[in-house]
Design a protein around this ligand. Structure first.
Ligand SMILES: Nc1ncnc2c1ncn2[C@@H]1O[C@H](COP(=O)(O)OP(=O)(O)O)[C@@H](O)[C@H]1O
Ligand SMILES: [Mg+2]
Length: 406
């Protein structure tokens, strides 16, 4: 046991084994290797903060290590907010060329981003199908097949998404003649069916072929099991000597149901903020309760971004009906065909966000989210009550007994 082995429970973005306690990421994506071997184009979707980026970055590194294929991880986050689809595809092609420079794979690095981009610019078709041409030119130059993961696909607008899919489809259907990546994954929060809905408003059409015909399979990531939570925490116990009592682990399950970010956030809250790195103190269930309470009150970025969704009208409608815990309100929305349909879409959206889980009845995905939602919904009521209270029994600084009794 040495202090050098002490790492942190990560609550800010993807995990890296040298810095963070973490569960092995590859087993979290058991089917991906066979999909790549089968040359599949597929979707990986899971709620925010479940470990998608962590898992696919590890997978890309592993593929490159294994040397059967070349693999690239490419987030499309930089295209966020862009509405000019052609400009966005051009930007993506440029981004891919810079990824080459940053790759630790010799063959990719040797291509040199600038030289590659110059060559693309001299191709007449580049401006019409920048991404198709970029990927096919890249594949042409490589002596092994290329696999590419596009992350944060939810962050782009409908037109840009349509263009991304059109570019991929064009390359895909011509890949017998012109080389194209053997396998492509779109990674995000939402399932492909939502992309289909998104790009099918009246004016937009992909012609008779849906780009989704090329998508073979949809994968998702699950939450941690109680055994996995215990094994994650055991890494800290081993490194620091600090004990997580068994009831504490059970309590974490009670609050989080294994939501990966929450599992880390509770541990970080206790270790760093409540016990201030005093590793002699064992972590018990009541410390976990205190940490859960702190998290709910403090509103970290992850929690804040979930709260931001609550203000979207469709989400709020679903949440209110779920919280009222009455099937009548769910059925009321369903009774009206149009609002029923939009209700179902909003419900699916809440499930994709990870806010709601669907069991017999839709319900908050875990107790921490439930507490956060309740706090949010009660916020206005709390403000109102405090105003009423001041009026009812206070007269300046003095208590009015009549008002208080009333
Ligand atoms: N393999 C893992 N082991 C432990 N915690 C993880 C693991 N993967 C993800 N997490 C937790 O989930 C959080 C979000 O991870 P990230 O990969 O950025 O998820 P996503 O891309 O789905 O938003 C991390 O900050 C960490 O708290
Ligand atoms: Mg991510």
């Amino acid at each position: 046991m040495t202090s050098q082995n002490i790492k942190i429970f990560n609550t800010t973005g993807p995990c890296y084994p040298e810095d963070h306690y973490m569960l092995p990421a590859l087993p979290r994506l058991p089917d991906v290797r066979s999909l790549v071997d089968l040359k599949a184009y597929f979707v990986l979707h899971a709620p925010r903060q479940t470990g998608k980026t962590t898992a696919i970055q590890s997978f890309v590194a592993k593929l490159n290590e294994d040397r059967s294929y070349y693999a690239l991880y490419c987030t499309v986050e930089q295209l966020k907010g862009m509405i000019d689809a052609d400009a966005a595809m051009m930007k993506l092609a440029k981004k891919i060329s810079t990824l080459l420079d940053h790759s630790n794979v010799e063959a990719l690095k040797n291509l040199s981003g600038n030289a590659f981009l110059e060559e693309l610019n001299s191709n007449n078709a580049f401006s019409s199908f920048p991404l198709t041409i970029c990927l096919s030119s890249l594949c042409e130059k490589l002596d092994k097949d290329l696999v590419i993961f596009f992350d944060e696909v939810d962050s782009i607008t409908d037109d840009v998404l349509l263009s991304l899919l059109t570019n991929l489809r064009t390359g895909y259907i011509e890949r017998k003649l012109t080389p194209f990546p053997r396998s492509i994954a779109l990674v995000g929060m939402r399932n492909i069916r939502d992309y289909r809905i998104k790009i099918r408003p009246d004016t937009q059409t992909m012609g008779s072929f849906s780009p989704f015909n090329i998508i073979k399979k949809v994968l998702t990531l699950s939450n941690f099991t109680p055994v996995e939570i215990a094994s994650l925490y055991a890494q800290h116990s081993e490194a620091s000597g600090q004990v997580f009592e068994e009831e504490a682990v059970q309590r974490v399950w009670y609050w989080t149901e294994g939501q990966p970010w929450l599992v880390n956030a509770l541990a970080a809250e206790v270790v760093e903020d409540i016990l201030r790195h005093d590793y002699t103190k064992p972590i018990n269930a009541s410390l976990i309760d205190q940490a859960a309470d702190n998290l709910v009150r403090r509103r970290d970025t992850h929690i804040d971004s979930l709260l931001a969704r609550l203000s979207e009208p469709g989400v709020l409608k679903v949440i209110e009906s779920v919280i009222s815990l009455s099937s009548t309100s769910v059925n009321n929305y369903k009774a009206d065909k149009i609002s029923g349909e939009s209700y179902n879409n909003s419900l699916q959206y809440c499930i994709d966000l990870g806010l709601i889980k669907q069991e017999d009845m839709p319900q908050p995905a875990n107790r921490i989210y439930a507490s956060i939602i309740m706090r949010y919904l009660n916020q206005n009521v709390i403000v109102d009550i405090s105003n009423d209270q001041a009026n009812a029994w206070m007269d300046g600084n003095k208590i009015k007994m009549n008002g208080l009794l009333k």
